[in-house]
Design a protein. Sequence first.
Length: 264
Amino acid sequence: MSSYLRSTTVTKKSIATLIVIAILALFVAISAVPHYLSSWPWATPLKVPNQPALQAIRDQGITLPGWLSQEQIKTKIGGDTWSIQQLSATNEGPFAAASPSTIFLLLRPQVWEADQPEVEWLDLKGSQQWQTDSHQSLPFEITQNKPENNDNLGKTVRISTDYFRAWNKDQTYAILQWYASPIGGSASPAWWFWADQNAQWRQRQRMPWVAVSIWLPIDPLSDIISQQEMAVALGQSVQAELLQTVFTQKLSVHPSELDQIRAS
């Protein structure tokens, strides 16, 4: 019996020793991980494609066919810098008889590697002290068919926007907004996150983005349905301009993967 007890005691001590050794080995492995990761190619953040062009949007805004920029400023909203443009419809062009004839275009581009979409819509709402309602998803498509942008030539992209009514004591607007990217866009930050992860792992590239918010002034508390067609046309025009200027790199996603990104 005594020999059995001694054997059991030895076994328990051996198990305890193995556990201690395993824990120490785990700590050593964890401490070594950063050293090994530092030599991996993705340990260094990938650069944002066309970063100077993105910064130029913040400083200068963009040009839209059929619209004249009456004023452009850059200002801080919620700690981030936005471009704000007041645009008026030209006498000639598709928006000549548009109502409203003056709109506001707000753009907040990605300007550095760690910059990612987060609370842009909350920042805008808070800065204007808006009340909102009539939220709805307003999707549209655009096909890039201009020869200036060979990489994206013939590519059709889909955009899912947030379209709603917003008002404060001074003005009521129909609002259209989304995060634009080279492969499409969505009002959801999560959409960009998964698209960016996909681009990094599969193509060793970043997925640049621009937050777009279009404000169409309307009569106090009037219905936004009447502005829907114009809102879509403006959204298509903005996305097309971004594809031709800042989103010129070649990025592709398999249709099945794109469906998964949209579902997210």
